[in-house]
Unconditional design. Structure first.
Length: 553
């Protein structure tokens, strides 16, 4: 695959269809069910459907397949629309809903009945499962399969009028109870559900199945390429059967691609909802969640997600992508986009004994070392500083390059500093350092004054206090959805740590959702909800790495 242009077999297929005159231009759709938040797996489908339309002068429809009111909610509709916009895509026309077509779908159902291709069945769910047979045994006909067309039409209309309780009857296609494809063994087309719908209210008490709705909605919208993930491949014969047996205004075709699977991640909506409901996480947009809302709040830019989807490509082979590949794309993006800053996550007080009591020096530093067009920031330097507790050791390990009693380090963008003495509390913990700076070492080291260690710092009088949340993988297992494994047992107990940090004052100008690199610490983002105002909250996006699995020194 050509990573730069995002070429793949589906794009080539669509391009060939346009060049051969199969269609004047592609019409695709993104059709999520509004029963949960979008997750990282959906991003691949979003980028594919909207991307193909955008690149080839076509149209992409935003359509909700809202056929199960018991599990759907307006909250999910709103979040999905926001996520698609955030990823940088816009749809053609107004937002569409499968429920917009309920009357047309009902008429198509009656057309099947009139043709003898659908019937009313009175088996319950368990009986239907038994009658369907198995992969090695054919199914059995239900008694309803022999009903007359007139009786089926009458019962179906009475179902619509609400005369029957849920589970009493279903409408099924009459296809082949001996088919080797289980989806063709008289699948259910309509069920009775006395539930209020978020779009249609109480107008309907029968609702079409997803498999019935999807191809007919595609046909009603003139979709040319109905792009689905591989789990729908076995459903394609039913898709084609419905289109072939009904008087639809168009003849769309379904094409499948491999879904996105990531290590240390799960994408089951049911399980993600369980994490929310059991308060394992703080909500659908918890930064540890693989939902797009969570990924966004964590600070991953939409451009990085689009780059990732291009990099992994589109194939028909199921595979699992290492989460390190996703992290790599995020780092590559932020390396170029995120300005630099200093932050002390675990503050330790430093008093500079040879610095004037009330003097503050303003140091001018580039916001990004490779992008001078971003300008400079001012860093105040004063008598009392804070450094990180981890940057001093009284018993340093081999290869230690930071501060030791009597040793020297360079303060990033400032002076060389020597630790003259260490102050301990009654428990022996270091609580303060007495230090001095070499005033001749501002800027490049003069000849003969080279030191190995460089540490970050902030001025005590000017630093901004902030709550910083250090996120790690939510799951410690590579495959938390492995068969026979309780995914809740794979929860990483150290997926969140909270520290009270001090930031350089230039960060006061950050806007919510703006990312920054804390030098030597990683990439962080101003929380989209809790950055401005009395509380300043920052989230760690990722640590620093220069290649997959290789820590930066």
């Amino acid at each position: 695959m050509d990573v730069e242009s995002g070429k793949d077999f589906l794009r080539q297929l669509v391009k060939d269809d346009v060049e051969k005159g199969v269609c004047a231009f592609p019409v695709t759709r993104f059709p999520p069910e509004p029963n949960g938040y979008l997750h990282i797996g959906h991003a691949k489908s979003v980028c594919l459907n909207f991307g193909i339309a955008e690149e080839m002068g076509g149209r992409c429809h935003m359509r909700f397949d809202d056929t199960n009111p018991a599990k759907e909610d307006q909250e999910y509709v709103d979040s999905i629309l926001e996520d698609v916009r955030w990823l940088g895509f816009s749809w053609t026309g107004s937002v569409r809903y499968a429920s917009d077509y309920f009357e047309s779908l009902y008429q198509y159902a009656e057309e099947l009945i009139q043709k003898g291709l659908a019937y009313i069945c009175d088996l319950n769910a368990e009986e239907m499962r038994i009658f369907r047979g198995s992969l090695t045994q054919p199914g059995r006909d239900s008694s309803g399969r022999s009903r007359s067309v007139d009786e089926n039409i009458s019962l179906f209309r009475r179902m619509r009028c609400g005369e029957f309780a849920e589970g009493t009857y279903t409408l099924r296609a009459r296809i082949d109870m001996a088919s080797p494809n289980m989806n063709m063994r008289d699948p259910v087309l309509y069920r009775i559900r006395h539930a209020e719908h978020h779009q249609t209210g109480k107008r309907w008490c029968i609702y079409p199945s997803y498999d019935f709705t999807h191809p007919l909605s595609d046909a009603l919208e003139g979709i040319t390429h109905s792009i689905c993930t591989l789990e729908f491949e076995d459903h394609r014969p039913l898709y084609d059967w419905l289109i072939g047996n009904l008087s639809t205004p168009a003849n769309p075709h379904q094409y499948e691609f491999a879904r996105l699977n990531l290590t240390c991640t799960l994408t089951s909506k049911r399980k993600l909802k369980q994490l929310v409901e059991q308060k394992v996480v703080e909500g659908w947009d918890d930064p540890r969640m693989p939902t797009l809302a969570g990924i966004r709040r964590r600070g991953v830019p939409p451009g990085a997600i689009r780059n990732f989807c291009k990099m992994i490509g589109v194939t028909r082979s199921d595979s699992v992508v290492d989460m390190a590949a996703f992290d790599y794309c995020v780092r590559q993006y932020l390396e170029q986009e995120a300005p630099r800053a200093l932050a002390v996550l675990h503050p330790l007080k430093v008093v500079l004994t040879n610095w004037p009591e009330n003097e503050t020096q303003q140091l001018q530093v580039l916001r990004h070392p490779q992008r001078p067009e971003l300008g400079e920031r001012s860093m105040p330097f004063s008598k009392v500083l804070y450094i990180d507790q981890g940057d001093i050791s009284e018993q340093p390990p081999k290869g230690w390059k930071r501060l030791i009693p009597g040793g020297e380090v360079r303060l990033r963008h400032a002076y060389v500093m020597r630790c003259d003495s260490v102050v301990h509390d009654t428990d022996g913990k270091i609580v303060e350092l007495q230090c001095s700076v070499d005033l001749a070492t501002l800027g490049a080291n003069p000849e003969g004054r080279k030191v190995k260690g460089v540490i970050q710092w902030v001025s005590a009088a000017h630093a901004i206090p902030a709550e910083v949340r250090l996120y790690d993988r939510l799951f410690s297992a590579e495959n938390p959805e492995a068969e026979g494994q309780d995914f809740l047992q794979a929860i990483n107990p150290d997926s969140l740590q909270i520290v009270q940090a001090l930031l350089e004052p230039a960060l006061a100008d950050l806007e919510p959702e703006q990312s920054v690199q804390f030098e030597r610490e990683g990439y962080f983002v101003a929380d989209r909800y809790e950055w401005k105002g009395a509380r300043r909250l920052m989230n760690r996006v990722l640590g620093l790495r220069d290649s997959w699995g290789k820590e930066k020194s």
